[in-house]
Design a protein around this ligand. Structure first.
Ligand code: ADP
Ligand code: ZN
Length: 722
């Protein structure tokens, strides 16, 4: 009889033993479906010794595996990565494995998927919901569930539209092969500097060895062109290449760029894919049919058939850190994947994270520098506008020098970008009569006004409500006022000052799909937009040669809040957005509105003194024992019941480990004391770099009885301190 130890796709359990049915084979890594009580669960056949020994089960009590799924086995290096990730981030291995094997892994790729699309016929009987659905669907197609989600109606509404003939079924093949990229399709003519950098990357790919390379080049230096040569080298070796990007909105322009270089679009992997696309992509990635993969952080764990290189673009971005479920950092795990699989990992950035620069200094990463913009374009000039000396008019947000600069660009037919990292119209709605502030019922957060859609929305839990006419507290009429600006409000001001200007608002509300992002790029490139007003979505990736002015509306926004990386993040964000200016032949100008022009980060930006800023920041982190020179971990205890959360947090606090070098702060209510209806308490751990934080947490938390009504989230190396 053959036994198999199986790691199931569930957070609740460690590996379990099963019997392999006679006549089948289930070698290590096999993807299987196994019984668990009355359920069928996916899993992977795992080494016996990996997670300690489960209770021995007699042969006679073993249940048969239901199925050995006909997909390639999960290779040993990827199994090691799952174990490492589970160990390091203190997450159940089954949860990590789920990122390797999403649901589509178990679907037969040969079976077509039925999607629906509009026929143009309207149903004989229209209802408001049917109208909404037909409008929202437009010329898109998808499964019943996807269309229902897209239109925000029930599946019954969609099925009704199918029955009346307003929607028709289309059969989509999920196993159609992807076109083969051609590494010699349109190679660029690299500058000498670029060629030297590309040569190093290529050699690293050809060496088939683990190495981390930091491609550190100013904005517009051609980092993308350069790392595409590493992709070409992977193709030449018959292998796959993975490029991780921080935002989905960036994928579309990137796909186009890859198509121009390699003759066809790469395979995309992100949460916006339809079921059929996801299924097709997963199977092609696992079988090797997908050669170049451009993806969000979740693409990191997929079972590539033969990966030759991983590139993390905009590697300093904190959105590579996942903030729920497994709290992993995709940049750090990418390096570990490279280590286990013996392949090079390329981190590309104009403003590397302090963590990455520290690794360079320690001799662990190779530093490849591109110091100048490509094609003779110069870096923009940065200047601060002191908002205390030169304030905007009352109720306005743009200071006179910035308004003048905008007028000048309009006059010259050049484009401008106003950057404010805040969606919506106003971050706060306040009652003039009683001072009441409208707050989310589920979160410790204000409701943000979105005037374009006439809603107040919570940016934490998604709760929405129509803007009330009466103050909910004192019931005074017309007493509610909007406080502070969001991008919509800045756009209003631009409209008032420059009625002739054509504007585009760019946030995740307006650019919610790759198609919308592509439309935006086309409009700007065609010169149909004069002034872009956007959040951090516009700070990276875009290349608009006629854009010569960048205005940072509130540079101080990221500095409050006491985040240990606040200065670094502000520097990176402003340097990135500044990098959008003057990328063509015309030089760029950047105006930074701030109330603290003397703050080191503002002074460094204006003086273009990156090295000085990083050196000072590193020194202050070192003296505080903060990352990368020390380590943090956060424990968040949450429950819908305040007393349960508080009681548990106190119990954990009382049992906190007392160890040399370890400091435990809290428990205290988390800055976001309530989130999605759950009360939250936080414990923060601080220790030197060499300290075994995970071990300490494992012993501590493992000894506590956990009430069913409470949840514990462990965040190792946290980036968010709320
Ligand atoms: P970065 O990623 O460093 O900001 P990009 O790779 O986006 O820079 O390059 C900036 C612009 O310059 C892009 O439009 C790119 O196509 C162009 N470019 C860079 N290097 C070359 C080259 N060797 N030949 C032609 N165009 C180039
Ligand atoms: Zn909320």
């Amino acid at each position: 009889m053959t036994r198999a130890r199986v790691l199931l796709l569930t957070a609740a359990l460690g590996p379990l033993d099963y019997r392999v049915p006679q006549g089948s084979a289930a070698p290590l890594g096999s993807v299987v479906v196994a019984p668990l009580g009355p359920r069928r669960l996916g899993g992977v056949v795992w080494e016996d010794g990996s997670f300690g020994a489960p209770d021995p089960v007699g042969d006679n009590r073993l249940r048969n595996l239901y199925e050995i799924v006909p997909v390639p086995p999960v290779p040993a290096p990827l199994r090691r990565l799952v174990e490492w990730t589970s160990d390091y981030y203190l997450s159940p291995p089954g949860s990590v494995l789920r990122m390797v094997l999403p649901g589509v892994a178990f679907a037969d790729a040969r079976r077509p998927i039925i999607e629906y699309r509009a026929t143009g016929d309207l149903p004989p009987r229209m209802t408001p919901q049917r109208t909404v659905a037909i409008e929202a669907i437009g010329d898109r197609q998808g499964t019943v569930r996807e269309l229902a989600a897209l239109a925000n109606v029930s599946e019954a509404v969609i099925r009704g539209l199918v029955q009346t003939g307003a929607l028709e079924p289309v059969s989509v093949a999920a196993d159609a092969p992807y076109p083969e990229p051609d590494r010699s399709f349109a190679p660029p003519d690299l500058s000498d500097e670029q060629r030297a950098a590309a040569g190093q990357l290529k050699a690293a790919v050809e060496a088939r060895r683990f190495e981390t390379l930091l491609l550190d080049g100013v904005t517009g230096s051609g980092k993308t062109e350069v790392y595409m040569e590493a992709v070409a080298a992977a193709l030449a070796a018959g292998r796959q290449a993975l490029i991780l990007l921080p935002e989905i909105a960036l994928t579309e322009p990137m796909l186009t760029r890859f198509a121009a270089r390699f003759g066809c679009e790469p395979v995309a992997w992100h949460s916006g894919l339809r079921q059929a696309e996801r299924r097709r992509a997963w199977h092609a990635i696992a079988s090797g049919g997908a050669r170049i993969i451009v993806g969000a952080r979740s693409a990191l764990f997929l079972p590539y058939a033969d990966l030759g290189a991983i590139i993390v673009d905009e590697a300093h971005e904190t959105s590579f850190k996942q903030e729920d479920g497994v709290h992993y950092h995709a940049r750090d795990v990418a390096v570990m994947r490279g280590h286990f699989e013996g392949l090079p990992v390329i981190l590309a950035s104009a403003t590397p994270a302090l963590e990455s620069l520290a690794q360079v200094e320690a001799g662990r990463y190779r530093h490849i520098v591109l110091p100048a913009r490509y094609g003779g374009a110069t870096l923009p000039d940065l200047a601060a506008i002191d908002m205390r000396a030169d304030p905007p008019d009352r109720g306005r947000w743009l200071a006179p020098p910035l308004v003048d600069a905008l007028a000048d660009r309009l006059h010259k037919g050049e484009q401008s970008l106003l950057f404010l990292n805040r969606r919506g119209f106003a971050p706060l709605t306040l009652c003039r009569t009683c001072g009441h502030r409208i707050q989310c019922p589920n979160c410790t957060a204000w409701m943000v006004e979105h005037r374009l859609v006439h809603r107040l929305a919570c940016h934490h839990c998604g709760h929405v409500m129509p803007p009330p006419r009466l103050c909910p507290e004192c019931e005074d009429e017309d007493s509610l006022v909007a406080c502070g600006p969001g991008v919509e409000r800045v756009a209003d001001e631009v409209g008032l000052r420059f009625p002739e200007a054509r504007t585009a608002i760019v946030t995740s509300d307006t650019l919610w799909s790759p198609a919308k992002a592509a439309e935006f790029v086309d409009n700007v490139e065609a010169g149909l937009v004069d002034i872009i007003i956007g959040t951090q979505l516009v700070t990276k990736g875009y290349h608009f040669p006629n854009l010569t002015l960048v205005g940072v509306v509130d540079a101080d926004l990221g500095l409050d809040g006491g985040d240990l990386r606040a200065s670094e993040r502000t520097f990176q964000q402003i340097a990135q957005v500044a990098g959008r200016a003057g990328r063509g032949v015309k030089p760029g100008e950047v105006l930074i509105q701030t109330r603290v022009p003397d703050a080191p980060v503002m002074a460094a930006l204006v003086a273009n003194d990156r090295d000085g800023f990083y050196a000072a920041e590193a020194a202050s982190r070192k003296s505080a024992g903060a990352p990368p020179y020390g380590r943090f971990a956060a424990l968040i205890i949450s429950s819908e019941d305040l007393e349960v959360a508080r009681g548990l947090a106190q119990r954990l606090g009382q049992k906190a480990p007392v160890l040399d070098g370890l400091s435990v702060y809290g428990p205290a209510p988390a800055p976001l004391a309530m989130l999605r209806g759950r009360h939250r308490f936080r414990l923060l751990l601080h220790a030197p770099r060499s300290f075994d934080l995970q071990g300490a947490i494992r012993d501590w938390v493992g000894a506590i009885d956990w009430p069913a009504k409470a949840r514990l989230a462990i965040d190792i190396d946290p980036y968010s301190f709320v």
